[in-house]
Design a protein around this ligand. Structure first.
Ligand SMILES: [Ca+2]
Ligand SMILES: [Ca+2]
Ligand SMILES: [Ca+2]
Length: 502
């Protein structure tokens, strides 16, 4: 009996022991499966992040190729001005910049953008289709039209240069663009000018200096040019809401959280209008060489020595035209703008013909400098900037209304403003206005979004490109993905600027 009981007791131990080992093995196996699943998910996530980044970078490279004027192979386009000079190619061109496929198979639709044939959901045999869209806000968007997207890039010359703007220009911009300004605009402009202006030792404004010293982490004002627009945040009185307004995600559109008052960040006034702050209207990059559209140095017409001036003009000018320049030069102070060859020249019909206006404005200069800094491009600047630079609101609206119907080629000099009757010659000949204007851009802000159909991962890059001839320099490179996708790239656009798509 004793023997049998021991035998039974032993069998009683082995069974639970086996169950315990089996249980442990199951837990171990489950852990291995869980870990490898997590690893696969992590690899997939970083794979998607990398692909999104590559797609966004492809968008930047596409822009560079277009700005460099790479031959398109299209003979009709060969005759057109190329690269940076052809604003039709870069300003708003969905054919180049809208949902362009970078990788992944797609069947059916050739354009592949959502709204055409919807692509199949990605699977092992049908990988996600990665694309880029190069997006910008449309200055012509109507107040209620919240999803108008321009597919193109933004030229820095369409903005006011914070390093060269006069106090009157800054005041007008703040008055016109910052709806919810608190405190005086005069005070704000004073602080901005004080920050960028060189001050001799001992001549500092003590109350300005004292403000910066009173901060929790004190610093001294720069007394030098701004290196970025964001540097304004260091200036007394410039808060996040002055610089960025209610447009927290910087897309130029009124998002739900930007119109719910105190419901969620950012603070806003819930009035159904987007206050964009100063950021979209300011730049530190705009400058251009003082050359003609054919890249030849402009002819300086205020040279004191008549012989030098006439030699510099060269053979391309008739005796009557040369005489007109000499007559205009006799006026006190010489020529203030090239338009003075008409305004102050002979009125007996021997001088420049009106048809020569584009040539006069392209080839002649009253500025001796090799580089012109901070001029505003009338072909691209929004109303806010045109008003800031010195146009009346009425003139600014006429410029914006008229320029859309003109081809890029017809807007290569300021002559179109007169020829289209936007302003008359006397008005444009106002040196204070004329010498702040241009029709060309050399620096561009690119916002490229890499994304895929049915995939949540995206990458949003903001890049500033400087062009010098065909050479391109990346001046600034930022990843804005943390601000959110921001743009309706998945095909939920309300409308596309300029109706150029379709
Ligand atoms: Ca927004
Ligand atoms: Ca809010
Ligand atoms: Ca508002």
């Amino acid at each position: 009996m004793t023997c049998r009981r021991t035998h039974f007791e032993r069998r009683g131990i082995i069974l639970p022991l086996a169950l315990l080992v089996l249980g442990l093995l199951t837990v171990l196996a489950a852990q291995v499966v869980f870990r490898s699943n997590a690893d696969i998910a992590a690899v997939q996530a970083s794979d998607a992040a990398l692909k999104a980044r590559m797609a966004a970078e492809a968008g930047v490279q596409k822009v560079i190729a277009i700005l460099q004027g790479s031959p398109s192979g299209d003979s009709a386009q060969q005759a057109q001005p190329r690269g940076r000079m052809n604003m039709d190619a870069w300003y708003n061109n969905p054919d180049y910049y809208y949902g362009q496929i970078v990788s992944g198979a797609i069947s059916g639709s050739s354009s592949g953008v959502a709204g055409d044939t919807p692509p199949a959901k990605p699977s092992y045999n049908n990988p996600a289709t990665w694309r880029f869209s190069v997006v910008a806000s449309d200055p012509l968007a109507q107040a209620g039209d919240n999803k108008t997207v321009r597919y193109g890039i933004t030229d820095e010359a369409s903005k006011l240069n914070i390093n060269t703007a006069t106090s009157a220009q800054l005041l007008r911009l703040i008055g016109f663009a910052v709806r919810n300004q608190q405190g005086g605009a005069d005070d704000l402009v004073k602080a901005i000018l004080y920050w960028r202006t060189k001050v001799k030792e001992g001549e500092e404004d003590q109350s300005e200096e004292a403000y910066y010293q009173s901060l929790e982490h004190p610093y001294v004002p720069k007394h030098g040019p701004f290196d970025s627009v964001e540097e304004l945040l260091l200036v007394r009185g410039v808060t996040g809401s002055v610089l960025f307004g209610e447009d927290w995600n910087r897309n130029g559109m009124l998002d739900a959280n930007e119109n719910d008052s105190d419901g969620s960040f950012p603070p806003d006034n819930g009035d159904g209008q987007l206050d964009r702050g100063l950021y979209p209207f300011l730049t530190v990059w705009s400058s251009e060489p003082n050359t003609s559209n054919l890249n030849k140095p402009r002819k300086y017409v205020n040279d004191g020595k008549a012989v030098a001036l006439l030699n510099n003009l060269g053979p391309g000018y008739t005796d009557g035209e040369k005489a007109a320049i000499m007559v205009a030069k006799q006026k006190p102070g010489g020529l203030k703008t090239p338009l003075d060859v008409y305004l102050n020249g002979p009125d007996d019909g021997t001088g420049f013909a009106t048809d020569d206006l584009p040539r006069v404005l392209d080839e002649l200069s009253t500025d001796k400098g090799k580089t012109l800094t901070g001029r505003v491009n009338v072909n691209t600047a929004p109303v806010e900037v045109l008003v800031a630079v010195g146009f009346t609101e009425d003139e600014a609206h006429r410029i914006v209304g008229m320029r859309g119907s003109l081809a890029g080629q017809d807007k290569m000099t300021l002559a179109w403003l007169i020829q289209q009757g936007v302003v008359d010659m006397e008005r444009l000949g106002d040196a204070k206005l004329f010498n702040c204007l241009t029709t060309r851009s050399y620096q561009f802000r690119v916002e490229s979004i890499g994304f895929a159909d049915h995939v949540g991962t995206f990458c949003r890059l903001e890049v500033v490109i400087k062009m010098q001839g065909r050479t391109c320099q990346i001046a600034q490179w930022r990843d804005l993905s943390s601000l959110g996708l921001g743009w309706p790239v998945h095909g939920q656009e309300g409308s596309i600027a300029g109706n150029r798509h379709g």
